[in-house]
Every structure is written in structure tokens, then in C-alpha cells.
Design a protein around this ligand. Structure first.
Ligand SMILES: [Zn+2]
Length: 230
């Protein structure tokens, strides 16, 4: 069991969620995926869940402070189970969020130990996203891939039985726009952690297993790799 705190970063379509899950399985630490935590808070009608619900239902962005509260709740819950390490997935996404997170953690005398950036070429992502299918229910949020992670029954959500859709986000025209947006938001975030000296680049163009192995190595050794391009 690791007591290190990780952040996993990567462009949409880099398989970040799947990789975070695998890493947490290996290190036996909780996977704190913001999207899942928010949905769970709504489903369990916790105080913060009631606050989040109107945002989730209307598809609006949940304010940073609220997301941080949800995260801290999850960190506390893990702590009660004697788990001090974790992998953050989905937060922070912007420089502002990284700063806010650092501030909150500092008060707890904690910090992020390692930030792992999955570096996946834009072409690889375009190919992967074109085979992605999503559950249309925002409170379910399941995501499939007809090539690498198909649902049990073709085009039907395993979890809630709804017909899967190609999200407008995953249409080829919008993928390019999202990639641009991602680099726009992420570049300052990457700089932020680069300056903190705890950013590690992992090439993301291999198979799921290959990338998982590289991420695990990075997490265990903490060896920093330089960015391969840009
Ligand atoms: Zn569903």
C-alpha cells in the first residue's frame, strides 16, 4: 500500500480513467475520480450532493470550491480506513484549480507527491475517440469503447440499460476543438507542476497494458521524464 498522493493528467481519450483504476489496484489506494465522487454524492444525497445536484442535472460546471469539498470528504473517508495515499483523476484540470488544491492540502500539511502526465499524440486520440460510446444519462456517466471496452449487449449501457450514444464531444469535428481546449487549459497546469518539480511524462501511444506498466514504474520510482515533444 502506497502513502503517496498522485494526480493523473492526460488529454480526453488518453484512457486516464482506466489507467487510474489500474494504478490504484496495483498500489492498493483509492481512486478519487471527481466525476464519480460527484455522482455518488448526488445519489447518496449528502449535504454537498444536494448542492451539486442542480449543476449536474443541467450539465453546468460544478464550482471549484464545491468539487474540492467533495474531494476532501473522500480523502477523510479514506483516512478513516488508514489510507493516506490516493490517485486524483479529473481534478485539477486548470492552473486555478491546482492552486486551490495546493492551498487546501497545505493547511492539512499535505501535498501532491507526483503528477503523471499521459502524453498521447493527437492522432492516436482521434482514432480512439471515434470508437467511444457513452451513456446519455448524466447521472450514470458510463463510457464504453466498441474496440477496447464494449458493453455486454451491443449499444446498451451495462449499468442502466439506456441506448448508448456518440457524444457530440466525440464527433471528429469537435475532437479537434476539445484538443485545442485541453492544451489551452493544461499547458499552464503542466507548467505549475513542472515548477514544483514533481511532474512526470509517460508516453501514451502504446497499448493499454504498456502504458499501465510505464505509469506504475513512474509511480513507484518517481523518476521524472522530460516531455518528448513540443
Ligand atoms: Zn448508463
Amino acid at each position: 500500500m502506497s502513502d503517496k498522493r498522485y494526480v493523473l493528467l492526460g488529454p480526453p481519450g488518453a484512457g486516464k480513467g482506466t489507467q487510474a483504476e489500474k494504478l490504484c489496484g496495483e498500489l492498493k489506494i483509492p481512486h478519487l475520480a471527481t466525476g464519480d465522487l460527484l455522482r455518488a454524492a448526488v445519489a447518496n444525497q449528502t449535504p454537498v450532493g444536494l448542492e451539486v445536484k442542480p449543476f449536474m442535472e443541467s450539465g453546468r460546471l460544478v464550482p471549484d470550491e464545491v468539487v474540492i469539498n467533495v474531494l476532501m470528504e473522500a480523502i477523510e473517508t479514506a483516512k478513516k480506513k488508514k489510507l493516506s495515499g490516493y490517485v486524483l483523476d479529473g481534478f485539477p484540470r486548470t492552473f486555478r484549480q491546482a492552486e486551490a488544491l495546493e492551498k487546501v492540502l497545505k493547511k492539512r500539511k499535505e501535498k501532491i507527491d507526483l503528477v503523471i502526465l499521459i502524453d498521447t499524440p493527437d492522432e492516436v486520440i482521434q482514432e480512439r475517440l471515434s470508437t467511444r460510446r457513452s451513456c446519455p444519462d448524466p447521472l450514470c456517466g458510463a463510457v464504453y469503447n466498441i474496440k477496447s471496452k464494449p458493453p455486454k449487449k451491443a449499444n446498451v449501457c451495462d449499468l442502466c440499460g439506456k441506448q448508448l450514444v456518440i457524444r457530440s464531444d466525440d464527433q471528429p469535428e469537435t475532437i479537434r476543438v476539445r484538443q485545442k481546449q485541453y492544451w489551452h487549459d493544461t499547458a499552464p497546469l503542466v507548467d505549475f507542476y513542472e515548477r514544483r518539480g514533481n511532474l512526470c511524462h509517460v508516453p501514451g501511444d502504446g497499448s493499454l497494458e504498456e502504458v499501465a506498466e510505464l505509469i506504475l514504474q513512474a509511480a513507484q520510482t518517481g523518476i521524472r521524464r522530460k516531455a518528448p515533444r513540443k
